[in-house]
Design a protein around this ligand. Structure first.
Ligand SMILES: Cc1cc2nc3c(=O)[nH]c(=O)nc-3n(C[C@H](O)[C@@H](O)[C@H](O)COP(=O)(O)OP(=O)(O)OC[C@H]3O[C@@H](n4cnc5c(N)ncnc54)[C@H](O)[C@@H]3O)c2cc1C
Length: 466
């Protein structure tokens, strides 16, 4: 195969910190780069809408948000082809990429693919989670970044993780009435977390940021309950109340909005559809695609970068993107091994420093299986309306993995292709069968990854190629 036959050497899927850094570096190294992202503007989750957000919004979101403008400017001025509103719905190991752009489907063939599709909030089914008024805290944050929308009425925030605290601080300073913060993490660091503290001190600024967020929340006077379990949402046709248990005592809050957050997990849909090898992480309890330190996956032409490989935050995502770029350039003969290693040295040092607090953060906010309460009627698969009791029945009938359950009750067969229920089914299975998630077969993901009409497919445009 000769790359001269192709219009692009490499396609990067995702224009978040990882995708942008990787694309700009590859373009500087002389590769012809196509960047595809389904969002209207570049920036990914953290720097979402940075180009259009008004000053007042930027002020509230702070420098962790506004510093993204520099990265986005790099993308805009780089010598590459960036297409927004381009949703990639199928990728093949041979380098064929199918995407939908402004109502038209396109097919392009490239030498290398960099998947930088980032992370998503961990979907956790619990009693009442489908009621209007219940949504992800990160999703609420996205609404604010995109259009300045804020939840109205009485707001309860529940779950755990740094993003939960960040969202609570930002909402409080924007004048939202928060009734309570129900944190499912314990008030004190676990022994596992304390063991990781010395390494975390290399990035003491992160720890200081965390303590400052806790202090800011305390100053608001909002009840901040720790060690909360069994969160439930109640209401007839919309949310009216949130209940939970704290240290064996029932607590209850009237609520118009419940913002939940149970951490962030890699968005593995594209890696799964491609057939990349995955492993299960027992601390963060998620599947992640196996990569080496250069972002090489188990497939020769497919590379990965950013939080989609393992959740390490935006700073690490950008550095991982730059390392992947060097390896891609080396793999197509644009850099020798020694040039790659020389250019990587500084980035690797920065990345090691950036990663130093992660084991502490991961242990502090390790997911807790008792955080939420569910009943037999709780919906697990929202697309196909599959409830907990249906999953239990399937297991009783002998299903031992998510694909058998899918064949029997259709969970994971809807338009989201198991994005919302995949992890939850793995957790349910491990409860019901006392098995280890790492032993279970993973849910198979089928194209299209995004909704695409038959008409669009039929009028597919083939770009460049042999
Ligand atoms: C909802 C949410 C909000 C977050 N907010 C913050 C925050 O405020 N502060 C913070 O520090 N961290 C935040 N994070 C964590 C965050 O993900 C960062 O660590 C960082 O953005 C990761 O960078 P990335 O480049 O790996 O991925 P991302 O920034 O997630 O970028 C991935 C990009 O891939 C695109 N994409 C995905 N699938 C496709 C597809 N099939 N076709 C085309 N494009 C696709 C997405 O549109 C996205 O732009 C948030 C995470 C989530 C899930």
């Amino acid at each position: 195969m000769n790359s001269m036959n192709y219009q692009y050497d490499v396609a990067v899927v995702g224009a978040g910190p990882a995708g942008i850094a990787s694309a700009c570096s590859m373009s500087e190294l002389g590769l012809r780069v196509l960047v595809l992202d389904e969002q209207a503007r570049p920036g990914g989750q953290i720097y979402r809408n940075i180009e259009k957000a008004p000053e007042s919004r930027c002020k509230l979101l702070g420098s962790d948000y506004t510093k993204g403008a520099c990265l986005v400017n790099q993308l805009r001025s780089a010598d590459l082809d960036y297409r927004s509103e381009a949703a990639v719905w199928q990728v093949e190991p041979d380098g064929t990429v199918f995407f939908s752009h402004k109502g038209e489907s396109h097919c392009v063939k490239v030498e290398r693919i960099v998947v930088a599709t980032g992370a998503m909030e961990r979907p956790v089914p619990f009693s009442g989670w489908t009621l209007p008024g219940v949504m992800g805290a990160g999703a609420a944050n996205n609404l604010y970044k995109d259009s300045g929308l804020k939840p109205s009425g009485k707001v309860v925030i529940a779950g755990s993780g740094p993003l939960l605290l960040l969202e609570a601080c930002q909402l409080a300073s924007s004048g939202v009435e928060i009734s309570a913060i129900l944190e499912t993490a314990s008030a004190y660091p676990s022994l596992e977390a304390l063991a990781q503290l010395p390494s975390a001190l290399r990035r003491a600024d992160y720890l200081v940021k965390g303590v400052k967020m806790l202090w800011d929340i305390k100053r608001t006077g909002v009840p901040h309950l720790k060690n909360v379990k069994e969160v439930r949402a109640h209401g007839d046709d919309k949310l009216s109340k949130v209940t939970a248990m704290q240290n064996g005592k029932a607590v209850s809050f009237d609520a118009d909005s419940l913002l939940v957050h149970f951490g962030v997990i890699p968005n593995t849909a594209m890696f799964s559809q491609l057939g990349c090898r995955h492993e299960w992480d027992n601390v963060q309890r998620y599947w992640y695609p196996v990569t080496d330190t250069w972002g090489r996956t188990s497939l020769e032409r497919v590379f990965a970068a950013g939080d989609g490989t393992f959740v390490h935050g935006a700073g690490a995502a950008e550095l991982k993107g730059r390392l992947t770029a060097l390896e891609v350039a080396h793999s197509v003969g644009k850099l020798s091994l020694s040039q790659r290693d020389e250019q990587a040295e500084r980035i690797q040092k920065k990345l090691a420093r950036e990663l130093s607090p992660r084991p502490f953060i991961d242990a502090m906010f390790a997911p807790d299986i008792d955080a939420c309460a569910f009943d037999d009627e709780t919906l697990v698969c929202r697309c196909e309306h599959v409830t907990v009791v249906q999953i239990k029945d399937a297991v009783r009938q002998g299903c031992t993995n998510p694909n058998d359950i899918k064949a029997l009750v259709r969970s994971g067969m809807g338009p989201c292709q198991g994005r919302m229920c995949g992890n939850a089914i793995v957790e349910l299975l491990s409860i019901l069968t006392s098995g280890k998630p790492s032993d279970a077969e993973r849910l198979r993901i089928r194209p299209p990854l995004k909704n695409v009409s038959m008409q669009e497919m039929a009028s597919m445009r083939f770009e460049g190629g042999e």
